[in-house]
Design a protein around this ligand. Structure first.
Ligand SMILES: [Zn+2]
Length: 215
């Protein structure tokens, strides 16, 4: 049975948070990127009759983890953080202070993940791929035909590389490796905007002409 994925745009720039269940009857859900508004996330979970069984973070940008501390504390759910970006979750001011953005630090327990790891949460097995370029420690989570790509790849766009630790060639290489690792029909559930597929982006995304030339 395919995963049940609910997209929940949250916060000032409508960053996508995802609620993921193994199937419709599952009493557990995994939350990917709780960017803002823990109350809305918890109400939405309650409406579907699911409790929060795990919280996964793709990368350290404030609009993806603004509700992490609240949601983790309020639900007691285990947390998985990308190891390369961990310092920012612990002390956001070092990264965002200069931008005048305040995000609550996450001080609780977490399992750190990196390239090649797998994790089990909510009855779902997720594979972790390191996809640096937008942020240095960015990871993507793959489960059952769904790729939670954070801010690496969008429908018709790619992640910006002008924030600290960003790099264009690194980003392009990350997308190249996703294309090599997963089939074209893979659903891409990204941090902003609508769902797409890996194949559609590799075929038509205007930022990926370099990759098409190689194929
Ligand atoms: Zn980002």
């Amino acid at each position: 049975m395919p995963l049940v994925v609910e997209q929940l745009p949250l916060g000032q720039i409508g960053t996508n948070c995802y609620l993921v269940r193994a199937d419709r009857s599952s009493p557990e859900a995994v939350v990917v990127d709780p960017g803002a508004d823990a109350t809305t996330i918890r109400l939405t979970l309650a409406r579907s009759g699911a409790r929060c069984a795990g919280i996964l973070l793709t990368h350290c940008h404030y609009d993806h983890f603004g509700a992490l501390a609240d949601l983790a504390e309020g639900t007691g759910a285990p947390v998985w953080l990308p190891e390369g970006d961990e310092p920012v979750f612990r002390d956001p001011d070092t990264y965002f202070g200069g931008y005048g953005i305040r995000v609550p630090p996450y001080t609780g327990e977490a399992t750190l993940v990196g390239d090649g790891d797998t994790l089990d949460a909510g009855g779902i097995s997720f594979a972790v791929t390191a996809v640096p370029g937008h942020s240095p420690g960015h990871v993507a989570y793959y489960a059952d035909g769904c790729l939670f790509s954070g801010d690496v790849l969008f429908a018709g766009a790619v992640g910006r590389v002008d924030l600290p630790g960003g790099d264009w060639d690194t980003l392009l290489d990350s997308i190249r490796r996703l294309g090599d690792a997963y089939p074209p029909e893979t659903r891409v559930l990204s941090g902003h905007g609508p769902e797409t597929t890996l194949g559609a982006e590799l075929a038509r995304n205007p930022f990926l002409s370099e990759l098409r030339a190689e194929r």
